[in-house]
Design a binder for this molecule. Structure first.
Ligand code: PRP
Ligand code: URA
Length: 216
């Protein structure tokens, strides 16, 4: 059986709505930030299906005992926001994954080469092999940043098939690179835009997501 990269674009009205708000160039920073937060929440909700580990148990209702399913607190869950723009998706993700550890990874693209430069790495030396990892980065453009992040995670014992990427706009160059290297990976994104221009921006995209989130 061949394992393939799976890219989900959930057909949800809330995701479409907040994507439209984020795309609009006239959306001010305060509203852009809210739109990205909401996208983080609803895309994480979708990504959590069949990914969050559960445990079967029994609960006693006021009337009788009943079989029940709970989130398994024994299995570690980690969120890895790729700074800066990935921070915008964090609040929504954390609202659904309150027990997750958060490991920050700071990457910035060199404006000429478009290669990522790492300026902060708070990843642990080793992850437990069962760890569920959710990476947040709103823009997957040339793929340089997400490939760097994946390589750092896999070196530390993360299983790509237990990893979910939450993004807002994904473009073919990034998806092709991820597919070639990490076929078991699952990506949740609000849209796939076909074009990356010669400056490395996704078209139509959202513009510079980090600048719009932080008003810089
Ligand atoms: C943006 C974005 C991604 C990256 C995607 O970060 O947040 O991390 O570009 O581009 P790529 O797929 O071509 O690597 P940027 O370097 O602009 O930093 P910022 O988040 O601090 O604005
Ligand atoms: N990073 C962004 O913020 N926007 C893009 O379109 C591409 C990379």
């Amino acid at each position: 059986m061949t394992v393939q990269l799976r890219v989900y674009v959930p057909p949800h009205p809330l995701i479409k709505h907040w994507l439209a708000v984020a795309r609009d160039a006239s959306t001010p920073s305060v509203l852009f930030r809210s739109a990205i937060t909401e996208l983080g929440r609803w895309l994480t909700y979708e990504a959590a299906r069949e990914w969050l580990p559960t445990v079967e148990t029994m609960v006693q209702s006021p009337l009788d005992s009943s079989p029940a399913t709970l989130i398994n607190p024994q299995v570690p869950v980690a969120v890895v926001p790729i700074l800066r723009a990935g921070l915008g998706l964090l609040e929504g993700a954390q609202s659904l994954l309150p027990l997750a550890s958060v490991y920050h990874l700071g990457l910035v693209r060199n404006e000429e080469t478009l290669e990522p430069v790492c300026y902060l790495n708070k990843l642990p030396e080793k992850f437990h092999p069962e760890t569920r990892v959710l990476i947040t980065d709103p823009m997957l453009a040339t793929g340089g940043s997400i490939m760097f992040a994946m390589s750092e995670l896999v070196q530390r014992g993360v299983d790509p098939s237990l990893t979910r990427i939450v993004s807002v706009v994904a473009a073919p160059p990034a998806l092709q690179k991820l597919s070639a290297e990490y076929p078991g990976l699952n990506i949740y994104t609000a849209t796939i835009d076909e074009i990356v221009n010669d400056k490395g921006y996704i078209v139509p995209g959202l513009g510079d997501a980090g600048d719009r989130i932080f008003g810089t």
